[in-house]
Design a protein around this ligand. Structure first.
Ligand SMILES: CC(=O)N[C@@H](CCC[C@H](N)C(=O)O)C(=O)O
Length: 385
């Protein structure tokens, strides 16, 4: 049984509508309009909606508390990924090449459910709901923060947010003290040499070969330069080079991502990657540009006291299956907001065989009402302290 004003049926319909209309980072125009329309259907007595001129797809909603001691923030991300959906679901993406492959459709629906509940049951403390664009890239959380969105009565004292997790049972809540997610650095590498005829390699400077060598050497960074107990990740997910089989490519472009559980680790991997780039440039007499951009993707550090309280509440709630989780190498720009405002990020189980970012991800929708109930109960409890 859900405690929200939106019925379970309505919640599932919302999730499916959102799933069918995925939009990429900073382009979430229809998504944002849809969210606003749903919010407009709630009792408006205690609600205020705020837009951000320079971040037009973002949406903030403030719920005025009845006897506030603090303002609690709740954040959901709203963007999707450039993935071509292969679920075969009747409500699959209608936007070719774009998919909610990270479950942000589930995140948004849970946030709407919690907001819907508090629009009918006035909270004791104030609440801020932040519907954040651009989590997958472009760090929308940092953009909003730097636009001074969280100022005055719009500044939460504490911030909470979730990510769905296909490895956990549907509706289970997972969390841990300390670091939940890695920090990440986006990697762009351009290799510039000299193109030429396939038959005359002696007159060209082949960037396909240089890129292949670079990619090979990058594999040694984690295996040979990083303490295996601490660990780290470099994934180079995109490689572009050349135009046709019989032209030697004078340019190659690589995109990837670096992950580490501490800022020190990320900076160490960043540095080794730059050095490998310099080495390849020298040995191939090429121009190699390594651009690294961390933006707002700081490690997600859960605030100790607030997270202890969160975990205690979830562990002692008979309605909730709580799982103490390990840190994950996924990134989240909520890490940036948590570096400014203390809070807790946690997992919501959506049990599925497919991983996040996969074209077949199909989260179990029963997680939605369980998540809403757990979060609503936690926020209500937090307001009594
Ligand atoms: C939860 C999740 O999957 N988040 C993304 C965040 C991307 C960070 C950044 N744009 C990068 O690619 O490094 C992830 O890929 O972990």
């Amino acid at each position: 049984m859900t405690m929200t004003v939106l019925t379970e049926e309505a919640l599932i319909q919302i999730r499916r509508d959102l799933h069918a209309m995925p939009e990429l980072a900073l382009k979430e125009v229809r998504t944002s309009a849809y969210l606003e329309k749903v919010i407009a259907s709630f009792d408006q007595t205690n609600l205020q909606v705020k837009h951000i001129k320079d971040l037009p797809t973002a949406l903030l909603v403030r719920v005025t508390g009845s006897n506030p001691k603090r303002t609690l923030g709740y954040r959901t991300d709203i963007d999707a990924l450039p993935v071509s959906e292969k679920t075969g679901l009747p409500f699959a993406s209608k936007n070719p090449g774009v998919m909610h492959a990270c479950g942000h459709d589930i995140h948004m629906t849970v946030a709407l459910g919690v907001l819907s509940y508090f629009s009918e049951h006035q909270p004791v403390d104030n609440l801020i709901f932040f519907f954040q664009p651009a989590e997958e890239s472009e760090n929308g959380g940092k953009l909003a923060y730097e636009l001074n969105v969280f100022e005055g009565e719009w500044r939460p004292n504490e911030f909470y947010g979730l990510h769905d997790n296909p490895d956990l049972p549907a509706g289970a809540i997972g969390a841990r003290l300390g670091t939940l997610f890695a920090g990440t650095t986006e990697v762009n590498i351009d290799l510039e040499g000299k193109g030429g005829h396939a038959a005359y390699p002696q007159d060209a400077n082949d960037m396909v070969v240089a890129a292949a060598q670079l990619i090979g050497q990058v594999q040694t960074i984690i295996s040979r330069s990083i303490d295996p107990i601490e660990g780290g990740v470099i994934t180079l997910g995109k490689l572009e080079a050349g135009t046709i089989r019989n032209v030697i490519a004078g340019h190659a472009h690589i995109e990837g991502t670096i992950r580490g559980l501490t800022q020190v680790m990320i900076e160490k991997i960043d540095q080794r990657l730059r050095e490998v780039g310099e080495g390849i440039a020298k040995s191939f007499n090429a121009e190699v540009t390594v651009s690294l951009n961390q933006g707002g993707y700081l490690p997600v550090e859960n605030a100790p006291e607030l997270t202890k309280r969160f975990i205690n509440f979830m562990k002692n709630n008979p309605e909730v299956t709580f799982v103490e989780t390990k840190p994950a190498m996924t990134g989240e720009d909520f890490g940036y907001l948590l570096s400014k405002i203390p809070g807790t990020m946690f997992w919501l189980g959506v049990e599925d065989d497919s991983q996040l970012h996969s074209a077949t991800l199909n989260p179990d929708e029963s997680a939605i009402s369980k998540g809403i109930n757990a979060i609503t109960a936690f926020l209500n409890d937090r307001m009594t302290a």
